[in-house]
Design a protein around this ligand. Sequence first.
Ligand code: F6R
Length: 605
Amino acid sequence: MCGIFAAVNKTNVTNNLLGGLSSLSYRGYDSAGIAVVKQGNIERVRASGKLHELENRLHSYPLDGNIGIAHTRWATHGIPNEKNAHPHMTSRVAVAHNGIVENYESLRRRLETAGYIFESETDSETISQLITYYLDLGLNHEQSLCKALLEIEGSYGVAVIFQEQPKTLYAARRGSPLILGKGDSGFYVSSDINAFSEDVSSITYLKDGDVAKINRDGFSVINLQGEKTPRLLQKLEKDGCESGKQGYDHFMLKEIHEQPDVFERTWRHYFNNQRQAFQLPEFSVPDNEVNSITIVACGTSYFAGMVAKYWLEEYAKVPVNIDIASEFRYRKAPLDQNSLAIFISQSGETADTLAAMAHAKAAGLRCISFVNILTSTMAMESDTVLPTLAGPEIGVASTKAFISQLTSLLIFTMSFRQQAHNKHKAQQAKESMEQIPTLLREYLSDTSSIQNVAKLLHKAENMLYLGRGIAYPLAEEGALKIKEISYIHAEAFPAGELKHGPLALVDEKMPVLVIAPPDDLFAKTLSNLREVASRGAKIILVSTRKGLDLARDYVHAEIEMPEIAKQFIPIMYTLPLQLLAYYVALGKGHDVDQPRNLAKSVTVE
Ligand code: F6R
């Protein structure tokens, strides 16, 4: 949430900063800004709106400096306008901030009483003002920065430049990621490793409490008490995943089409060819001592967890509780020490999920995380990490990360309580896994029928998504996707629950998407479908040919699915839900990759 990029270089850094911001835009895109030090002055250009607004502004007011900081914002305090855009500055210092200053109101009151004049409504501006306050008291730059950061409650990643120090860039973090990268001609700081250009060959991850002092030729790191804390550069390993849109119109579409590869990469990661068995990292609690599993996550990752609940209960016979992270962390639920806690996160930086993990750890639970970004805070703080291997996901609406989460959760289910040690079973599972990418690719090779269904929904204002059993979490995920990018108000319900209230919403203006795979609940879902159809709803049915034929008399539009082994239904049936949301959003002319009000990596509560 919010992206920071900073550079100190031999040449003008403006293009480096814009390049960095462009890669970080997925973290927030309601305003952006750049500040550089030039000839003993800090100069700044900011603009509300997406990055191109800042680029336009820079054509009229070009900046030129060898050292600079940049920020792309997702508003928390103060509306998204230019005044609230970062960097925030005084005549002596400029700051780009990611995180939340929880005590900003008291700090602001104190500084205003002391005569400091604020220009924005943000919490972040207290940082630039507080640093200035200490500079004005006569402390040096480093001391002023450390002193200010010590007073801040909450989280921060900051990049800071001083008017009187035109060759030095500072970066510091507590709770918000920041990475330092060394290139041929200088140093860079970024919220995300993927924003570094090809030029960057080695990196170091700043740790909580670090303050890095960086110039063109080198850097040093201290803690907030001013003590040296050496950080070594390591070679930047490129992950081999293709960046850019690769010819697709949007990252989201590209990421949907990557899913067969993501599925394959993920399951193969867990398959030990020598032993011909699935192999997971050792857990410090033997799984036969685990009484129950508690799964915690947010958003799409939560729905992956919900699918896993059905899998784990059915195949591994273990009771599973599942919780939304922001509820789990504050509920006073008694936690069973013999329960294994599972956290699922694409970014590994979601504030609510991290806090939920801290809560579970404090209660003595072993914490396993399924994480896509292996350098993230969550990966560092878990007892055991199971990678999800989706590669960088740029589209704000999560797609391939969901599929990789489902894949690794399925393997976890199959492996739980030694099931995977049965060679015969492992071999069977491997053989079935090998078939899936081809089926997924075939499905994705012709999306025309989904595009036709999408045309029926361009004018819809409300929708219902229904599913039973394992199709219910898919209904939730489908409804979330259509809400996020198509801005259609969509609600998901277990199909059997509709008659307990929501059926009152149904009339001929209400499209109802029913997910009904040919499982043992199909007949029950079919009767719910009839109940809805008899109230005039327009039904879109997602099922196999056989299922569609059985429901033919009630269905307005069909989405035909191939036959697939039962355990892979959630993976296969996710594809049409993602594509439908994509094509509806496209038809409505929305910015598919950067939907309004959202950001990837939600690092605030
Ligand atoms: C939806 C979406 C969000 C995230 C949620 C959790 O498309 O992307 O709902 O799933 O914010 O994020 P992570 O998985 O990074 O913890």
